[in-house]
Design a protein around this ligand. Sequence first.
Ligand code: HEM
Length: 154
Amino acid sequence: MVYPIVLVIHNAFRWLVLASLLAVLVSGYSGWLGGRSYRPADQTVRVVATSIAHTQLLIGFYLYAISPIVSYYWHLGAGTDAPEFRFFGLIHIGLMFTSVIIMTVGSSKAKRQTDAKQKFKTTAIYFTIGLILILIAIPWPFSPLATRPWTRTF
Ligand code: HEM
């Protein structure tokens, strides 16, 4: 069955998303506050992190289409009072989608800018907002919205 496999991949991919966002923020803030020149590595880190986020988005869309939890939410709708169904049916997808759009806009805006300080600043601000939304929307084991394990195995 494909569902548990996609779930394991989506779970693990979250760590890649977070690690790459952390790298973008280190590059963005150190460049912005340190006043250094914009290097090819800064561009690479930004583009790679955006692509990783897009990939997770695609995996998420696929998971959304096959998840029994989401399907249950859409069939029962307001009939279910378990907050977890609403979380995966609406909140998770809404926040994650918004976050990735914000980071994509920030990345292309930074790409078009010519001033190094501006590029770093744009990257730092857009990706900070994106990361905050992602941190809220991840079903951490301690999240008040919905809880899922730190890692999963096949
Ligand atoms: C950067 C973006 C995203 C991150 C970091 C992320 C992270 C996660 C994590 C950690 C889980 C828990 C997995 C588990 O149960 O082990 C999860 C579940 C889920 N995600 Fe995402 N997600 C992202 C984007 C999306 C998007 C855009 C969608 C929908 C289009 C989505 C749909 C789902 C669904 C449906 C589940 C629950 C599946 C189930 O339990 O049946 N995710 N996500």
